[in-house]
Design a protein around this ligand. Structure first.
Ligand code: IMP
Ligand code: MG
Length: 192
């Protein structure tokens, strides 16, 4: 009988970053972030669900006594952005007077991170806001936004795994890969 991991593996047509590659890159990112924020009051704001794995692995490599908050937003349906960012919480974390590092899985159109940064800037008064993403897609940004820390640059293709989903599937893959055409069709949203 195929294992769950085996079932998922059959639906991935290419592996982009193996687990060991991701871990080595996280070591480098963490040492950069630790040195940049040494002696500062840092709050990490992890954007769920996509940054769950990335955040867990990156944060355990950071050396300062940071605070962690999570934010839940939704902006994607299937494999294309809607441009509308919905905040799923009533209240933003209180980051007044603190340095904030926003963690997200991927910078694509830029809508999501732009909306989060704007809302934080307007509704709380952080000392600084920086952005850290695991992946940055090679597409024209629809919003003015630069990431301060980037794990890997990728081409314009839809990727899954290590927190990233297609229709809420594949987040638990330990590596990052590209979904097969068959899986895209299989899990595509069904409209009545
Ligand atoms: P943006 O608002 O277009 O920058 O999209 C950001 C969000 O869309 C990310 O936090 C992801 O949740 C999702 N997203 C964008 N590209 C991909 C992808 O290739 N795979 C999975 N999710 C993606
Ligand atoms: Mg998503």
């Amino acid at each position: 009988m195929p294992t769950a991991a085996g079932e998922m593996r059959d639906e991935i047509r290419a592996v982009l970053f193996r687990e060991s590659t991701i871990m080595s890159r996280l070591d480098e990112m963490a040492s950069q972030i630790s040195s940049d924020y040494a002696g500062k009051d840092l709050t990490v704001l992890a954007v769920l669900n996509g940054s769950l794995m990335f955040g867990a692995d990156l944060l355990r490599r950071l050396e300062m006594p940071l605070r962690l908050d999570c934010l839940s937003v939704s902006s994607y349906h299937g494999a294309s952005t809607t441009g509308v960012v919905k905040f799923n919480q009533l209240h933003l974390p209180d980051v007044h007077g603190r340095h904030v590092l926003i963690l997200d899985d991927i910078l694509d159109s830029g809508h999501t991170l732009h909306a989060i940064r704007d809302k934080l800037q307007n509704e709380t008064s952080p000392l600084s806001i920086k952005i850290c993403v695991l992946l940055r897609k090679d597409v024209p940004r629809q919003r003015e936004l630069e990431a301060d820390y980037v794990g890997f640059d990728i081409a314009n293709e839809f990727v899954v795994g290590y927190g990233l989903d297609y229709m809420e599937r594949f987040r638990n893959l330990p590596y990052i890969g590209v979904v097969s055409e068959e899986a895209i069709v299989k899990y595509a949203p069904k409209f009545a």
